[in-house]
Design a protein around this ligand. Structure first.
Ligand SMILES: *Cc1c(COP(=O)(O)O)cnc(C)c1O
Length: 425
């Protein structure tokens, strides 16, 4: 008899492309049938067949406080009982904007949107509008959502399918985006030397989390900051994944880099659709209706999303929250490396804050090319072996993993016990 997930997948395939509403969910990279989920609490997910999993996907990043945290659920219920949407200003969105500016001081003005994709679209339009220039620089393997200008050799889902750019993006649009190698500061300097006066902005994941996890090499982010300042280009730190995750103030706090513009998403909505683009006042003042750069949204600043975001930020701001969750993440990483060493498997792992990367290669990759050298077949085997043992990892070798504050010693022990067997499979 097919499982309920299998039956639902059959039905989904008839009406939804590949049965999913976002490509990496389809399990194409790892094979097998995607699980359909019914319920989540803390560090755990339950699928429609009643099986329980320890979750290391966290809805791809937002669930840093753990699933269905009572404070977040209560805030959303309270907001929902008053209104689902006004399309007009509310007190809560002012509070959220104030909280964002307080936690991320490079943000002086902020516009709320409904997704990370909208946030990066807004940021690059602002960079272009403010500078009067067209060229955008991005880095191979970084993902910034699915706007045309940024789907140029994008990572994550697109990467998994070995389809580095997307059909439907006009060549003329893609030609306005220059793609360089992540962590190649020399390449950035060379480009700015020849075309610096045409570059509107550089957009980068300050910790790359959409090609597995790649840390910025010492000096890389500093070089971006230096070149942008020297040539009057905007530095956009895409902190949709890293914001409130690698440190309370994001990667910019952790690495001491002050960007011109920042994009946020994921954690900021606590599991509801919310993103933000913000930065230096004089740039943000270019946005409509203050200035000529158009941007708008029917559901922007939605009361439910804002309530979830505010409640989540309150949790992540609590003393010890970041230390606790990054400590648990380190225990996981150390434990996995020990198990792999015992099983004599070529494996490495690392973490920053509550993000982690697992690599079937001897040392953590420092570039997109090195990410490509990981043993993908070995990962796929490991993924299924862990899934069979009740551990839900991202269904692709090119995704970062996430730990939440609800994960603790019991979950780490159970995960390591599963890994001990999975490495032998
Ligand atoms: C997830 C992500 C996005 C896109 O956010 P969506 O909400 O999926 O549109 C953009 N940038 C980075 C770094 C991301 O991780």
């Amino acid at each position: 008899m097919p499982s309920r997930s299998e039956s639902l997948y059959e039905r989904a395939l008839k009406r939804i492309p590949a049965g999913v509403n976002s490509p990496v969910r389809a399990f194409r990279a790892v094979g097998g049938t995607p699980l359909f989920f019914e319920r989540a609490s803390g560090a755990y997910l339950w699928d429609v067949d009643g099986r329980r999993y320890i979750d290391y996907v966290g809805s791809w990043g937002p669930m840093v406080a753990g699933h269905t945290h009572p404070a977040v659920v209560e805030a959303v219920q309270e907001a929902a009982s008053r209104a689902l949407s006004f399309g007009a200003p509310t007190e809560a969105e002012v509070e959220l904007a104030e909280a964002i500016c307080r936690l991320v001081p490079s943000i002086e003005l902020v516009r709320l949107v409904s997704s990370g994709t909208e946030a990066t679209m807004t940021a690059i339009r602002l960079a272009r509008g403010f500078t009067g220039r067209s060229l955008i620089v991005k880095f191979e393997g970084c993902y910034h959502g699915h706007a045309d200008a940024l789907l140029v050799k994008a990572g994550s889902g697109a990467l998994t399918f070995g389809n580095p750019s997307s059909a439907g993006v006009p060549a003329e649009v893609a030609a306005q985006t220059i793609v360089l190698d992540y962590n190649d500061a020399q390449g950035v300097r060379k480009l700015f030397d020849s075309r610096g006066a045409q570059i509107a902005g550089v957009i980068v994941e300050p910790v790359a989390g959409n090609m597995n996890l790649v840390l910025p090499a010492p000096g890389f982010l500093e070089a971006l900051r230096g070149e942008c300042t020297k040539h009057g280009a905007m530095l956009i730190l895409d902190e949709v994944m890293t914001g409130f995750r690698v440190a309370l103030g994001g990667a910019q706090q952790r690495f001491g880099i002050r960007p011109d513009l920042t994009t946020l998403g994921k954690v900021i909505g606590g599991g509801l659709p919310l993103g933000a683009a913000g930065g230096r006042r004089e740039i943000m003042e270019q946005i409509a209706p203050l200035g000529p750069v158009y941007q708008a949204g029917t559901l922007s600043g939605n009361p439910l999303a804002v309530a979830a975001g505010l409640a989540t930020l309150k949790l992540v701001e609590a003393p010890e929250f970041q230390e606790h969750v990054s400590g648990v993440t380190q225990e996981l990483i150390h434990g996995l490396k020990d198990e792999a060493r015992r099983a004599k498997i070529s494996f490495s792992a690392q973490s920053i804050g509550s993000m982690f990367g697992l690599y079937f290669r001897a040392s953590p990759p420092t570039s997109f090319a090195e990410v490509m050298q990981c043993d993908r077949e070995r990962f796929n085997k490991f993924f299924h072996a862990m899934l069979d043992r009740g551990v839900y990892l991202a269904p692709s070798a090119y995704e970062a993993g996430f730990v939440s504050a609800a994960h603790g010693a019991a979950e780490i022990d159970a995960t390591l016990a599963a890994a001990r067997e999975a490495f032998k499979d």
